[in-house]
Design a protein around this ligand. Structure first.
Ligand code: ZN
Length: 659
C-alpha cells in the first residue's frame, strides 16, 4: 500500500477542512485497489454557523453519483449531524424514508443526495471517516474463516461487523457494535464481505490509518503466498475467426438484453490464464467480491458462450429470490455483463462503451481477489439472497439511472472511411453525438488522435490494402464487439481531364480507391453487419456526378456511378440479411480541406459569380456543409429510414440537372 499523502499538496488546502477532505478522498479514489467506480465514501464533521448565528454540527458526506477520484467540495452533501444521530436510534427506518430524511436535512438545496451510508458516518465519533472496498480486505473476508483471519491480523485495532446490507440496518448494527467493542486503540472497522472503515482526528490520520490497515491485510496475503500468480497462458493475437466469434456473442447477448450492447474483449496472459483454470466453474461462480459490484457485473459471469443457458439460470435466480424480497420486483434484463471463455479470454459487456469499461475494471480486480482467496483456502462470496437484495435495491439501481436515457445509437458501432477531414470527419461527429462507438479510418495519421473518449477509435489505414483493412476490422471488433453501421466516404477527386487525355493508370487509380476498395470493404464487413442487433446499415457517400456527370471528370463520375450500382445490388442481395444500404449524393460542399479560400475565389471568378453566389448556386440558394451531409448520413442509419434501402438521395440544395 502506497501512502500518497504529500505534505506540500496538503499545505495548499490546509486552510479548509473540507478541502483537506477532498484531497485525501481523491488519494483513496486514485488507488484502484481501494475503490472502483463510485465505490467507497468519505466524510468530515464540521461546525458551522446557521442562519440564526448558532453553531451547528454538519456532516459533509460523499454525495451519491460522485467518484472519490474526481470528487470536489460540491460533491459532499452537508447534513445536520445531530439529526442523523437521532435517526440512528430509531428501531427501524425504510429506505425511501431514510433518503427523504437525508435529503430534507441538508443545509444546501443544490447538494447531491447523501450516500446511503451517511448515518453510519454520523455515528462514528471522529471528525474524519474513510470507507473503501479494498481488494485485500474483501480477498480475506470472502473466505470460509475470513472473520478469524481478520481478528488474527488486527486484534483489537478494528471492530468486526458481520455482513448486513448497506443502509439503515447496517448503520444501527455498527453503532451497537462500536459502542460495545471499540477501545482506546480502535482505528478502524472491518465489514465482512464488504470493506473497511478508518477514522481519525485529522484527514491525514484517517487516510494514513486506511493505508496502514489495508497494508497489513496485503502483508498477510503475501505471507500466505496469496498475492501474486504467474500466468499460465500465453496471450494470442487477434484473428478474423476470433472476431467473428466475438460478434456472434455480442449478437446473442444483445438479443437477450433487448438492446444492442458493446462487448469489449480483454485477452491477455492474465485473463486467459484465469478463464482456463481447471477450477473456473467453481471459483468464478460464487458471486461478486463486494455486493455493490452486482449492478455492474451481475452476480455471476457467463462461462463459455451459451447465452440461452445463462438467461435460463438468471431467470431461475430471479424467480427463486423475488418472492423473498420485501416488495415486488420486476426482472432486470437477464443478459450477462461479463464472459469468461477459454478462447476469447474476458469479454466485458455494457449498454455503452463506458459501462463495459467499468465492468472490465471491476472484474480485473475480481480476478485478483478470487485467486487470492482461493490460495487462502477457498473463495466464498455472500449467498445469492444477499446479492439479490443489493442488485434489486432501488437505491443501487438509482445510481445507474443517473446516466439518463440512452442515446439513439448507444451500444452500436459505426465505421467511417476517409474520416480525418471534411464529410468523413463530420460523419464521425454526428455519429458520436448520437452515442455510437465510432471507428475512424484514414490514410492520414491525424485520424488517430482526432477525437478522444471511450467511444472513439482512430486507425490509420490504407483502404487499397486488404491486409490493413482486415486488421482494422479485427481491432474494431476486439474493442467494441461488432459492426452495425458502415459509412463509405473515402474517395479521391483527381483534377479535370478529358477522356482523350485520360491515362489508363489514372483511371485505374481512381477505380481502385473509389470502387474496388469499397467492394472489398463491403465484402469483409458483411459477416459483421449481418449480426448487427438492429440490422446492418451502410451509407454510401456518392456524388451529384452520378445522376448528372460533368465533363472532365470521367474517372470520378464513372467510379461513383459504379459504386452506386454496386450499392443497389447489395441492397437486393443483403435485404434478406436485414442490412440496408442507401446512397447520398452531395454537391458543392465547400467546407472541406480541398477548397481553400483561393481556390473558391478562382472558381467563382471563372463562372462570373461572387464566392457567396458560387457557394449557393442551387435551387434553394443555400450553402451545403459537411455537417448537413453528416447529419443526413446519421439519420439514414436511424429509425426514420428503417424501411428504406437501395435509395439515393441528393443533398445539394436542389440541382436543376438532377431534378
Ligand atoms: Zn461500502
Amino acid at each position: 500500500m502506497q501512502n500518497r499523502w504529500q505534505e506540500d499538496k496538503a499545505e495548499k488546502v490546509k486552510h479548509s477542512e473540507l478541502e483537506l477532505r477532498v484531497y485525501t478522498s481523491r488519494l483513496l479514489g486514485y488507488d484502484k485497489s481501494l475503490v472502483l467506480h463510485g465505490g467507497g465514501n468519505t466524510s468530515v464533521k464540521l461546525s458551522e454557523k446557521n442562519i440564526f448565528g448558532e453553531e451547528e454540527q454538519i456532516l459533509y458526506v460523499k454525495g451519491s453519483g460522485w467518484d472519490l477520484e474526481t470528487i470536489e467540495a460540491a460533491g459532499f452533501a452537508p447534513v445536520q449531524l445531530e439529526y442523523l444521530k437521532k435517526l440512528s436510534k430509531l428501531p427501524e427506518l425504510s429506505d425511501p424514508e431514510m433518503v427523504n430524511q437525508l435529503v430534507t436535512h441538508q443545509t444546501r438545496a443544490s447538494a447531491p443526495v447523501p450516500s446511503v451510508e451517511a448515518i453510519l458516518h454520523a455515528i462514528l465519533p471522529y471528525p474524519f471517516v474513510d470507507h473503501t472496498h479494498a481488494d485485500a480486505i474483501v480477498s480475506i473476508t470472502n473466505t470460509a474463516d475470513g472473520e478469524k483471519r481478520i481478528r488474527e491480523i488486527y486484534g483489537n485495532d478494528v471492530v468486526v461487523i458481520p455482513y448486513v446490507m448497506p443502509g439503515f440496518d447496517l448503520a444501527r448494527l455498527c453503532a451497537e457494535r462500536f459502542a460495545a467493542e471499540a477501545g482506546a486503540q480502535t482505528i478502524g472497522m472491518v465489514l465482512l464481505n464488504h470493506g473497511i472503515f478508518s477514522f481519525g482526528q485529522t484527514a491525514k490520520e484517517s487516510y494514513e490509518r486506511m493505508i496502514a490497515l489495508v497494508g497489513r491485510a496485503e502483508d498477510y496475503l503475501k505471507q500466505h503466498k496469496a498475492w501474486e500468480f504467474a500466468p499460465a497462458a500465453q496471450s494470442v493475437s487477434s484473428s478474423g475467426e476470433l472476431a467473428r466469434a466475438q460478434a456472434k456473442l455480442r449478437a446473442d447477448v444483445s438479443l437477450a438484453a433487448g438492446f444492442p450492447v458493446v462487448v469489449s474483449r480483454h485477452a491477455n496472459e492474465r485473463t486467459l490464464s484465469f478463464a482456463r483454470r481447471a477450477d473456473i466453474s467453481t471459483i468464478a461462480q460464487q458471486g461478486p467480491a463486494t455486493p455493490d459490484h452486482v449492478i455492474r457485473t451481475k452476480r455471476l459471469p457467463m462461462l463459455g458462450r451459451d447465452v440461452g443457458a445463462y438467461v435460463a439460470e438468471y431467470k431461475k435466480y430471479f424467480e427463486s429470490l423475488e418472492p423473498k424480497a420485501k416488495e415486488r420486483k420486476s426482472m432486470l434484463d437477464p443478459a450477462p455483463r461479463l464472459v469468461l471463455d477459454a478462447e476469447l479470454g474476458m469479454c466485458a459487456i455494457g449498454r455503452t462503451v463506458k459501462d463495459a469499461e467499468i465492468v472490465a475494471d471491476i472484474y480485473n480486480h475480481t480476478i485478483d481477489i478470487i485467486q487470492r482467496a482461493t490460495a487462502l483456502g477457498g473463495y466464498r462470496a455472500l449467498p445469492a439472497k444477499d446479492i439479490f437484495d443489493v442488485e434489486y435495491w432501488d437505491l443501487e439501481q438509482a445510481k445507474l439511472r443517473k446516466g439518463g436515457k440512452a442515446p439513439q445509437f448507444a451500444g452500436e458501432v459505426a465505421l467511417v472511411t476517409g474520416a480525418a477531414s471534411g464529410i468523413g470527419k463530420a460523419c464521425v461527429e454526428s455519429l458520436l453525438a448520437r452515442g455510437a462507438a465510432v471507428v475512424a479510418l484514414d490514410l492520414a495519421e491525424s485520424v488517430v488522435t482526432m477525437k478522444s473518449g471511450p467511444n472513439f477509435l482512430g486507425l490509420q489505414c490504407d483502404l487499397t490494402s486488404e491486409e490493413q483493412f482486415k486488421k482494422a476490422l479485427v481491432q474494431t471488433v476486439e474493442r467494441f464487439g461488432g459492426l452495425d453501421m458502415l459509412v463509405l466516404n473515402a474517395g479521391i477527386f483527381p483534377g479535370g481531364c478529358r477522356i482523350e487525355a485520360l491515362k489508363t493508370e489514372e483511371w485505374q487509380k481512381v477505380m481502385r480507391i473509389n470502387l474496388d476498395a469499397n467492394l472489398m470493404l463491403m465484402r469483409e464487413c458483411h459477416p459483421f453487419l449481418k449480426l448487427a442487433p438492429r440490422g446492418g446499415r451502410v451509407v454510401v457517400i456518392g456524388s451529384k456526378n452520378v445522376p448528372a456527370p460533368g465533363p472532365g471528370a470521367a474517372a470520378y463520375s464513372a467510379s461513383k456511378a459504379a459504386l452506386n450500382q454496386l450499392a443497389r445490388v447489395a441492397a437486393l442481395e443483403w435485404g434478406g440479411d436485414n442490412i440496408r444500404i442507401n446512397s447520398l449524393h452531395p454537391n458543392a460542399v465547400f467546407d472541406t480541406g480541398l477548397w481553400t479560400e483561393e481556390v473558391l475565389a478562382a472558381r467563382a471568378k471563372h463562372y462570373g459569380l461572387t464566392v457567396q453566389e458560387y457557394k449557393t448556386n442551387n435551387v434553394l440558394k443555400v450553402e451545403v456543409t459537411s455537417k448537413d451531409v453528416a447529419e443526413l448520413t446519421a439519420e439514414m442509419c436511424g429509425p426514420l429510414f428503417a424501411k428504406t434501402t437501395g435509395a439515393w438521395l441528393p443533398v445539394d440544395g436542389g440541382n436543376d440537372r438532377v431534378i
